[in-house]
Each structure stands twice: as C-alpha cells, then as structure tokens.
Design a protein around this ligand. Structure first.
Ligand code: ZN
Length: 210
C-alpha cells in the first residue's frame, strides 16, 4: 500500500479519523492497570508517524452501528461514540469466507484496523482495531499466534477462553488471550463492539478454526 508522510492529517479523512480514534483508544487503555498491557503499549506508534492511505469500505454488519450507543459503559462510551461517528469513513474488512462459519456470519461480522500492517497507522509490532458483531451471532472457537487483548466497548457478550466456562463480559472488561489460546464469542440481544490489540505474532494471520 502507498504511504505518505503526514504529521497532522485532516480530521475528515479516514486517516484523520483513525488518528483521533487511536488517541481516544490510548486514553482508555491508560486507565487499565494490568501487567499484560505493558508489552502492547511499549509498541504503540509515536504520533506523527507516516500514514498509510486507506480507502473506506462498508459491510452489512454496520447496520448495527446505531445501536452501539446504548450498550456501552461510562468508561468505554467516548471510544464507542467516536467509532460510531467515524464508521462510515473507515475500512471495514473480513478475514473469513462463507466456507468458514457460513454465509450468515459474514452479514454479522467485520473489523477495522487502526494500527498494524494494513491500517492507516503502520506498525509491524502491534495491531489495534475493533471487531463488530451483530446480535444473535456466534463467532466460533478460533486461535492465532498473536497474543491478544480485547476490551468490549459496547454490548455484553458471552466469551469463552480455552477450556474455561463461557462468561458474560460487560463493556470495559479486560480480556487477555495468550498466543494460540482458543477463544469464542456469542452475542445475544445486542451487537458487540470490542477493541482489540495483537502483538508477537503474524499480525495479519487468518485464525485457525477450532
Ligand atoms: Zn482472537
């Protein structure tokens, strides 16, 4: 992808939205006191680094963006609101195809990357973005090399980590998945917007299923 050096991209471009979102995300992350977070934050790109130009793209799952405002918490609301406002200017993508979890899943799933090997803020050491799932959606068990942190921003979903019992996780919960730990999510009556961080692995890997 082409890159260009921009220290202060216009707030009305996709890159500008991503800079603002990344700053808001960092404010949220700095409020957590969890030892797992430190190696991720150590890789956080310095502001003013080169911006990768991205073309906005949409997905069917964005039909639920308007519902996100009522599913957040006080702590996560600023970032939820910022993502909802910027959603139409971001590049929404999918890693899976219809053969993985069926065609219905693709109508209820998508992610957008802020920082990483594909997002507008380049990094080969850290990936950050959000996952969006529609209501009544099963994201089956999967695993990947990268170590992962999730913070649900809006929506209380059922999360399963390894062999642990599935548990409902409210917005603002800190969720850590070590490398190759299988995990799964299931939404019920509300969509899920969850911020993710990846490090120490192939940052563009398609997860292995199961
Ligand atoms: Zn994961």
């Amino acid at each position: 992808m082409p890159s260009r050096a921009v220290s202060n991209p216009s707030a009305t471009t996709a890159e500008g939205f991503c800079f603002a979102l990344a700053a808001e995300a960092r404010r949220l992350l700095d409020r957590f006191d969890d030892a797992h977070l430190a190696p991720f934050l150590a890789e956080w790109p310095a502001s003013g680094e080169a911006v990768r130009t991205i073309a906005p793209s949409t997905l069917p799952v964005l039909r639920w963006v308007a519902d996100l405002a009522r599913g957040g918490s006080e702590r996560t609301r600023p970032l939820t609101t910022a993502f909802a406002a910027a959603a139409g200017s971001l590049r929404w993508q999918q890693t899976y195809g219809p053969a993985d979890f069926g065609p219905d899943f693709l109508g209820r799933y998508g992610w957008t990357e802020l920082i990483g090997t594909r997002g507008p803020i380049p990094s080969t050491a850290l990936a950050a973005g959000v996952l969006l799932l529609g209501p009544e959606t099963d994201y089956p068990r999967h695993r990947h090399e990268a170590e992962e942190i999730y913070i649900p921003l809006s929506g209380t979903a059922v999360w399963t980590k390894g062999d642990a019992e599935p548990a409902r996780r409210a917005p603002g919960t800190f969720i850590h998945h070590p490398s190759w730990t299988p995990h799964a999510m299931h939404t019920t009556n509300e969509p899920l917007l969850a911020f993710y961080l990846w490090r120490a692995g192939d940052l563009a890997q398609k997860s292995l299923i199961g």
